[in-house]
Ligand binder design. Structure first.
Ligand code: GAR
Length: 188
């Protein structure tokens, strides 16, 4: 049995998609969600879905091993960042070396780095008149959006597309691919 922890900061639509993808899988379980934002809608989603959700603060995350202890207490063997906006500290990277992946809503190395998350990314893609965007799944290292790339998928950006239309296309790619890529990594 693989036990996943999902880390999220926002709406949690990817968390819900993972839940639906794995709910009938007897080998892979979403055991816990960690959320750094007490106002995030993902907390309500987890309540509805029956997934334990723990709200964490900066001190726990950056100045202690508490998060690792929580993850170990749930026997977590793989971490998925699903719209999680805090930089991951070294202790967590070491504890889950190549066992922690992130999704970024663009084709890295373009449109990555600090401040590049969610709609900021899609607005930048439209402003730069890109003809395509997409998703990148990558291992997590000590820098934002710089770990080794595992998978990318593309979608076209049309000249008249708004950032919201680009966001919708990218979300569709996330829902279609992200859980599948994690499943593949767990089987390897
Ligand atoms: C997703 O689009 C994800 O790619 C993005 O945040 C969104 C979360 O949506 N992540 C980043 O921008 C990380 N830099 P959700 O809360 O509905 O799953």
């Amino acid at each position: 049995m693989n036990k996943l922890a999902l880390l999220a900061s926002g709406s949690g639509s990817n968390v819900e998609n993972f839940y639906n993808y794995f709910k009938n899988n007897h080998d892979i379980e979403i055991s816990i969600v960690l959320c750094n934002n007490p106002k995030a809608f993902v907390i309500e989603r987890c309540r509805r879905l029956g997934i334990p959700c723990v709200v964490i603060n900066r001190t726990q995350f950056y100045n202690s091993d508490e998060i690792i202890e929580v993850l170990k207490s749930y026997s977590i063997d793989f971490i998925v960042l699903a719209g999680f906006l805090w930089l991951i500290p070294d202790n967590l990277i070491k504890a889950y070396n190549r066992k922690m992946v992130n999704i970024h809503p663009a084709l890295l190395p373009k449109f990555g780095g600090k401040g590049m998350y969610g709609d900021n990314v899609h607005k930048a893609v439209v402003e730069h008149k890109e003809v395509k965007s997409g998703i990148t799944v990558h291992y997590v290292n000590e820098n934002f959006d710089e770990g080794e790339i595992i998978f990318q998928a593309e979608c076209p950006v049309l000249p008249d597309d708004t950032y919201a239309e680009v966001a919708a296309k990218v979300h569709e790619l996330e829902y279609a691919w992200f859980p599948r890529i994690v499943e593949r990594l767990l089987k390897e």
